[in-house]
Design a protein around this ligand. Structure first.
Ligand SMILES: [Zn+2]
Length: 342
């Protein structure tokens, strides 16, 4: 099979299209023909060797995959050759105290797919049936590949961790990103008032089409002042944060009394000053969020099947053009997912 491999850490030029031996599925595993694999910023961190995950070279990237079952290993009975499936992002153990209590994203021995198996920048991939979810016929391969991380993360943050309810006001940071645009769609159909911010008016216009009620251009406007103007001085009930640095600070300052800030990332500033006094006097909460649950992805697959949410695909590339695809992602001009299609 063909796969995009890197042998040393570095920029996009370390990627090589190579011929690898086709993996064969062991007991409880399936072989997938990869139909589509979405790119993620984690791929860049892994390629550059700064992901803080244990990565040995040579390595095949790709954690967000849709595939068709091409072969099944011993003991696999409930999955058939020809079914279109999506592996859950994490290889969870099913047995630890978190897995047993329905919190599998906190599994004590989980590995990400492509760390524990081979990756999705390839024609084929072997993974455990424990990963698998069925993909509805209504979704294209590309749309299904674009759904899992963006919508799964958004669902977990907004509803499970953030407790968003109909009638509340939420501010979504960086609505041009995959998880930002997914959160706009989910918060909108949940009956919340959605304030979003982005670095350009173009991105705000796209987010407005997805259900955003008010847009703030953080390159040109003061986020906190705009939030206070829009909410008549109250602030928002929930801030959806994944950026860090100044947007984290602005998010805290934009909260109403008893407001919550839920956060899953901080690339733009991972260590920030924190003013304790207004935090407790206003009875605010900061809530961490990690990954998402299989059941949450399945709810999003159903909403996409009904046409109530739309996974956004910006551009599709052939496997040979993986370098170009990664370069496009690293320029951060895209709105929606970049997808490889072997
Ligand atoms: Zn576990």
């Amino acid at each position: 099979m063909k796969a995009v491999v890197f042998h040393e850490f570095g920029g996009p030029d370390v990627l090589r299209l190579e011929e690898l031996e086709t993996p064969s599925p062991g007991p409880g595993e399936v072989l997938l023909d990869v139909l589509a694999c979405a790119l993620n910023h984690l791929d860049v961190d892994v390629r550059e060797g700064v992901s803080r995950f244990p990565v040995d070279t040579p390595f095949v990237l790709g954690i967000e995959v849709v595939g068709r079952i091409a072969a099944v290993g011993d003991g696999v009975e409930s999955w058939q050759v020809g079914e279109r499936v999506m592996p859950f992002l994490m290889a969870t153990c099913g047995d630890c105290r978190f897995c047993r209590s329905g919190r599998e994203s906190l599994c004590t021995s989980a590995g990400f797919i492509s760390f524990s198996t081979s990756g999705g920048y390839a024609e084929q991939l072997v993974c455990s049936t424990r990963h698998l979810m069925r993909v509805p016929d209504e979704l294209t391969d590309e749309a299904a590949a674009a759904l899992q991380i963006a919508f799964g993360t958004a669902w977990h943050m907004l509803f499970d961790r953030g407790g968003l309810r109909a009638g509340e006001t939420v501010m979504i940071n960086s609505v041009g990103s995959g998880i930002g645009s997914a959160a706009v769609q989910l918060a909108h159909i949940a009956g919340a008032t959605v304030i979003g911010n982005a670095s350009s008016d173009d991105k705000l216009a796209r987010a407005a089409e997805l259900g955003m009620d008010h847009g703030i251009n953080y390159a040109a406007q003061d986020v906190v002042a705009e939030v206070m103007r829009i909410t008549d001085g109250r602030g928002v009930d929930l801030v959806y944060e994944h950026v860090g640095g100044k947007l984290f600070q602005a998010g805290l300052d934009s909260l109403d009394k008893d407001g919550r800030l839920v956060i899953c990332g901080g690339h733009s500033g991972e260590v920030v000053p924190f003013d304790i006094i207004p935090f407790f006097r206003m009875q605010r909460s900061v809530i961490g969020s990690f990954c998402y649950l299989r059941s949450e992805v399945e709810k999003c697959l159903e909403l996409a099947r009904q046409g109530r949410i739309t996974p956004l695909v910006y551009e599709t590339f052939a496997l040979d053009d993986a370098r170009e695809a990664m370069e496009m992602m690293e320029r951060r001009e895209h709105f929606g997912k970049i997808v490889l299609k072997p």
